[in-house]
Design a protein around this ligand. Structure first.
Ligand code: LMR
Length: 436
């Protein structure tokens, strides 16, 4: 199948925006204007085939197949979900936007989403893939692989580089794309660069996404990026924003299972508290193995306090050393877990961890940050915080440390959340799990 070349006008747009990035580091075009722009071909979303290359499906009796302007390849064909016996009973299409869609994490995730593994076998899905100028061709490659996978549930795919297009009507936004810290880059610089991306994406979500969109921020530093994103999306409930700490929860479960000599389905009630960073607190006080408190099963409390905690905090870094790159497959799996936790009722007595906005939390954690805490869901996309958890001095000391780090990150990004001038007084050991 022929893939359309980038048009000269698109190349001009790339050059123009590259220049504006170099001169300001901020995409000025969007800075103050949150209204969706009228759709225009130069927005960088193209079909892989032109209309005269497509043969209309037999069941559709139109002379000219209807090509949607923002679709990709085979997904440009129109269809009627009520036309066939199999699809008649399917649910209404769910629209899922994914940023960083040409990256490794997305490459594992998209095929799970498209297969029905995440939203179920009767849930047709529209995928809207956001990339960057640099990754646009790779994004076309991803869309081609999705085409070639012949997933029955995957009914629409769009690709583009403008969040105002890609987030249109999104019911889920999985924000994976972020810049990694480069050599010699200060953490404050990283917070600023990625913060600007997430401020922009928050504005775009605010302008064009579904009013009840659920947002999962994966790009690091994900807690503060989620805070910036929600502050820039005042028309979307802050409760709908999550920072992914499910990977940390899964890592903690794995280590506890290993130590106790049980399979990891026997480990429950694991909370990751705080920041997705090396100050995160994997909670072994409230966690359970075979229904019993972990401390009754694992008698080596020194291991729990020292080795276990550090192993979970730094697992991302150890993995980068082995792989030469960040975790991708396990991150994708944990995004799936995070979504499923919100769309299926939480098993009785258990909970899951998510970085959520603190607004009236029962644990005396500072308000107005995104902090990982124990949550339960009825499966309706919403969640409630778990109230009956225990604290001891060990846990409280560490909670205070991760809270101090998040408050410092917040002060450092004050300019991106409408709170004046940024003051960066980050603690010395502020690090992402992947930074050693
Ligand atoms: C991870 O936890 O594996 C990543 O967040 C690591 C990183 O710092 O990119």
């Amino acid at each position: 199948m022929a893939v359309a070349e980038l048009s000269p006008s698109y190349k001009t747009q790339l050059n123009a925006s590259r220049l504006s990035f170099l001169s300001t580091h901020v995409p000025i075009r969007r800075r103050f204007d949150v209204r969706p722009r009228p759709r225009h071909k130069r927005d960088g979303i193209y079909c892989s085939v032109t209309s005269n290359q497509i043969q209309a499906p037999v069941s559709i009796q139109t002379e000219q197949p209807n090509i949607k302007s923002e679709c990709y390849g085979v997904f440009c064909l129109t269809y009627d979900l009520k036309a066939e016996e199999e699809t008649k009973s399917w649910r209404k299409m769910v629209t899922v936007a994914v940023s960083g869609a040409a990256g490794m994490i997305a490459n594992h995730l998209l095929f799970k989403l498209a297969s029905g593994e995440v939203f179920g076998p009767d849930q047709p899905i529209a995928l809207k893939l956001l990339g960057s100028e640099r990754s646009f061709q790779a994004l076309e490659g991803v869309a081609m692989e999705l085409e070639d996978s012949l997933y029955p549930l995957l009914r629409e795919v769009s690709i583009g580089i403008d969040p105002y297009d890609i987030f249109q009507d999104a019911e889920w936004a999985l924000l994976i794309g972020a810049k990694p810290r480069g050599p010699g880059m200060e953490r404050a610089d990283l917070l600023d660069i990625n913060g600007q991306i997430f401020a922009e994406q928050g504005k775009a979500l605010n302008a064009v996404a579904s009013r009840n969109v659920k947002v999962i921020v994966v790009g690091n530093p994900c807690n503060t990026n989620a805070l910036i994103c929600l502050k820039n999306a005042p028309n979307i409930p802050a409760k709908n924003f999550h920072a992914l700490t499910r990977l940390d929860e899964n890592r903690a479960k794995c280590q506890l299972a290993l130590k106790a000599g049980v399979f990891y389905d026997k480990v429950s009630n694991v909370t990751i508290w705080g920041n997705h960073s090396t100050t995160q607190v994997p909670d072994f006080l409230n966690a359970r193995i075979n229904g019993l408190p972990v401390k009754e099963v694992i008698k080596d409390h020194k291991w729990l306090e020292e080795e276990f905690t550090e192993k979970v905090q730094k697992r991302g870094g150890v993995l980068i050393k082995k792989w030469g790159r960040s975790s991708a497959a396990s991150t994708a799996v944990s995004i799936v877990d995070a979504i499923k936790s919100l769309i299926t009722p939480t098993p009785k007595g258990d909970w899951f961890s998510s970085g959520v906005y603190t607004n009236g939390n029962p644990y005396s954690i500072a308000e107005d940050v995104v902090f990982s805490m124990p949550c339960r869901s009825e499966g309706d996309g919403d969640y409630e915080l778990v109230k009956d958890v225990k604290f001891d001095d060990y846990l409280l000391t560490r909670l205070n440390k991760t809270m101090a780090e998040l408050l410092a990150e917040k002060r450092c990004t004050a300019h991106l959340i409408g709170e004046g001038i940024a003051v960066c007084d980050l603690p010395e050991d502020t690090m992402l799990p992947g930074e050693m």
